[in-house]
Design a protein around this ligand. Sequence first.
Ligand SMILES: Cc1cc2nc3c(=O)[nH]c(=O)nc-3n(C[C@H](O)[C@H](O)[C@H](O)COP(=O)(O)OP(=O)(O)OC[C@H]3O[C@@H](n4cnc5c(N)ncnc54)[C@H](O)[C@@H]3O)c2cc1C
Length: 456
Amino acid sequence: MRSFDAIIIGAGQAGPALAGRLSDAGLSVAIIERHHVGGTCVNTGCRPTKTLVASAYAIHTAQRGADYGFSAGPVEVDMKAVAARAEKIIRDGRAGNENWLLGMANVELIRGHARFESSIVVSVDGERLTAPRIFINVGGRAVVPDMPGVDQVPILTNTDIVALDTLPRHLVVIGGSYIGLEFAQMYRRFGAEVTVVERMDRLITREDPDVSDAVRQILEAEGITIRTGADCIGFARSGENIEVRVDCAEDARPIVASHVLMAVGRRPNTDDLGLEAAGVAVDGRGYITVDDRLETSVPGIWALGDCNGRGAFTHTAYNDFEIVAANLLDGEDRRVSQRLPGYALYIDPPLARVGMTEAEAAKSGRRLLQSKRPMSRVGRAVEKGETQGFMKVVADADTRRILGAAILGTSGDEAIHGILDMMNADQTIETLRWAVPIHPTVSELIPTLLLDLAPR
Ligand SMILES: Cc1cc2nc3c(=O)[nH]c(=O)nc-3n(C[C@H](O)[C@H](O)[C@H](O)COP(=O)(O)OP(=O)(O)OC[C@H]3O[C@@H](n4cnc5c(N)ncnc54)[C@H](O)[C@@H]3O)c2cc1C
């Protein structure tokens, strides 16, 4: 049995950074990875999707040449080149992460599947390792629900589709939420016919209805078919094609797809980790139960990133690392409950969000102020010819603090940080009164938005 000061299971978005801090503190670390260093984000998530979104944006802009006063001729998409660009960016990211890990003193990268034998022993392909501190950073994977016929047809998940180098004739995306919508829009822009099938009565149901409706309009305007309220989703082979059933009604005709992407949610990689042997508790969906400092039910074992169910993003996984490192190494008392929720949906224009939705704020029983501005009244958006969407903010009338905001609009993913930073700094809505934002930017309208706040 080999002994280390710390074992990290999974080299995703929290593990490598934590290995670096532990190594800097002079501790010996084993970091175990069963697949690609960098995890989901680098290999099958953020990085490839944002690369593909960039290709799709460039294609779309070229097709809108007439709006800007040029003609690029017929735009032809080379899916092999599009995929090769993403593949290179994945490989570079992975290699960068690997080299970073390999360059750390006292850190050993061990390849293989880790499984707990007890609360201090982990086995990797027959080799046994022990440490007094174990950090679990195993991430998650796409859920493929047991829908009728799902095992009779080829089903793509995010892992498969980021590697696709051909154009589907007709892509059906099951799931009208964050991951599904990014793929839906990019494949439409690459030239595929695209249908989004969603069980609920609107897209991205966690968002406010006005946000869902605006996103739907943007996607439909590009020729994406959206089927909400889909019932009895099922699949059958039909020669080369896949029949996707979306309705139980007798005359409901199936959609004839060439490809199907399953994007209905994620599940944690905790089912094959031997957590029972360590006594680590999980919730009903397999997420590892953690306290506010990310320690599990077993002292000396922590869970970071998507597998603890407290976040579902790269920045939340990285923040988990920051919390654990600050508490263990810097004598701080950081807690996950101090984290402000923020994220973006990278359709074009992007949807950026921070804090509560308007519906959540209304439910909280506070006296509310609200302000909303269409992007058609944002100078920079007009100049760029990208006026779809709106920005809105909701605030507490008594504390004069912002409760949440949404920017569905060009550069919204960057501009939201003006609001996110104010909320983090716990500042009132008057704080930006005398700020002099740069003109012309999307951010320059944030002080105006705040000054326009009125009782809801
Ligand atoms: C299509 C898609 C797009 C996304 N886009 C964004 C985005 O734009 N922005 C954003 O913030 N987030 C995005 N995400 C989410 C983001 O990828 C994840 O939140 C993030 O990767 C979570 O990091 P993690 O460290 O928790 O897990 P992961 O990155 O999944 O890493 C976990 C690692 O653990 C390894 N592992 C698992 N089990 C074992 C085991 N038993 N033994 C050894 N190794 C093991 C895995 O191989 C993996 O490498 C996206 C996700 C998807 C699927």
